[in-house]
Design a protein. Structure first.
Length: 387
């Protein structure tokens, strides 16, 4: 943020300069008192005192605005405004009506430096005092009409902007706090889920490992059964972890199609892949299952098939059970699916069945390998309503 807001403390030199420039623009309205000092026919002594009073007023005005938002109490700010009011009063009463414009600056400073609960009373009070001084100054009533409304509007405008900035800052801080709390809650949830998933399984694996170690010298057959149990428990734990991680990191079909194009091209395989898919109405579980199927199929093509061409198709079809989204991945390689990392075809079958879909895998017409995954393209409620 290059500048600094009203009612906020400048945090560095650049922000101080920006606030000085922004505030200094409004000093153009001091042309009336400056013109009075230059061409008002005052004596030399009066002009010197007038310049001194004007410079003191402007310096105090800038000091008040630049320190707004610091640790000063409202009492200190009110005291500073009282000093500004006294300066404006003395200068207007001694030098004439041209100096009434200083009360507009006092009103603006009140709105910029005071919270709303104070400024809503101080600004009208300043306007009332301006009226009283204008009526006391010769011909001041002629200037009152042109100064009273700017004093009220300028003061309340600054007060409103100050409250808006304060609210915006508070909302940003609240948003950052909520994001931090959400991240902490997500970490706690992940830690809790992993503990629940792995705590029992790892304890059981440790226990059975110790038991198998004690049985091995005298009862190798019983030890072998314990080892088999360990394998079963570890496989189930791995499946549980994969299922849990899937909930945290759901793949998206559009992203997987783009990734497949990059992976196949990098591997030197000619890829024919559809553009952005139309997934309107497709359940999230179906999209996730098909995305995993695409990732596994492309991984097998790249690592194990030795193919030179791979075609990916994504079609909507109508079945007896309703509309389905069909994903097919076909290559012209050796025809083997390989044993690539990940869930494998068994895991994909289970994942698709859980989403209400099916998986077919086998040889293709190109003497390669073809994988076809199908998942519902609409929810049960949509099918029942005829959507």
């Amino acid at each position: 943020m290059s500048g600094i807001g009203i009612g906020q403390r400048p945090a560095n030199t650049r922000q101080r300069v920006m606030k000085l420039l922004w505030t200094g623009i409004w000093l153009a309205y001091l042309s009336a008192p400056v013109g009075d000092l230059l061409h008002g026919g005052h004596g030399d002594g009066v002009r010197v005192l007038g310049w001194l009073g004007l410079v003191t007023f402007v310096a105090w005005y800038f000091a008040l605005l630049l320190r707004a938002g610091r640790a000063e109490t409202n009492t200190v700010v009110l005291g500073s405004l009282a000093v500004l009011t006294a300066q404006a009063t003395v200068l207007a009463l001694t030098l004439g009506r041209e100096w009434l414009v200083l009360f507009v600056y006092v009103s603006v400073a009140s709105g910029a430096a005071l919270p709303m609960r104070y400024s809503r009373f101080v600004i009208p009070a300043e306007a009332a005092w301006l009226t009283a001084i204008a009526l006391a100054v010769p011909d001041g009533g002629e200037f009152l009409v042109g100064l009273l409304l700017p004093a009220l509007l300028g003061g309340f405008s600054m007060s409103g902007v100050r409250e808006l900035i304060r609210t915006t800052v508070a909302l940003r801080e609240a948003r950052a706090t909520v994001a931090q709390l959400a991240a902490n809650e997500e970490r706690l949830r992940l830690a809790r889920d992993l503990h629940d998933l792995l705590g029992h399984s790892l304890s059981l694996i440790t226990l059975k490992s110790e038991l198998a170690g004690r049985m091995l010298p005298d009862h190798p057959d019983r030890a072998a059964r314990q080892v088999a149990d360990i394998e079963q428990v570890s496989r189930q734990a791995l499946a549980d972890v994969r299922e849990a991680v899937t909930g945290y990191r759901r793949p998206r079909l559009a992203a997987e199609l783009a990734g497949a194009r990059v992976a196949l091209t990098t591997a030197g395989i000619t890829a024919r892949i559809p553009a952005e898919p139309d997934l309107a109405g497709v359940p999230e579980d179906s999209e996730t299952a098909l995305a995993w199927a695409l990732r596994e199929a492309v991984t097998n093509v790249v690592r194990h098939s030795g193919a030179g061409r791979c075609t990916v198709e994504l079609l909507r079809r109508q079945s007896l059970d309703g509309p389905v989204l069909e994903l097919s991945v076909e290559d012209d390689g050796s025809g083997g699916s390989g044993d690539g990392p990940g869930n494998g075809l068994t895991g994909l079958t289970e994942r698709l069945e859980k989403a209400g879909g099916t998986l077919e895998a086998g040889g293709s017409a190109r003497n390669g390998f073809r994988l076809v995954a199908r998942a519902p393209a609409a929810t049960g409620a949509d099918i029942g309503s005829g959507a």
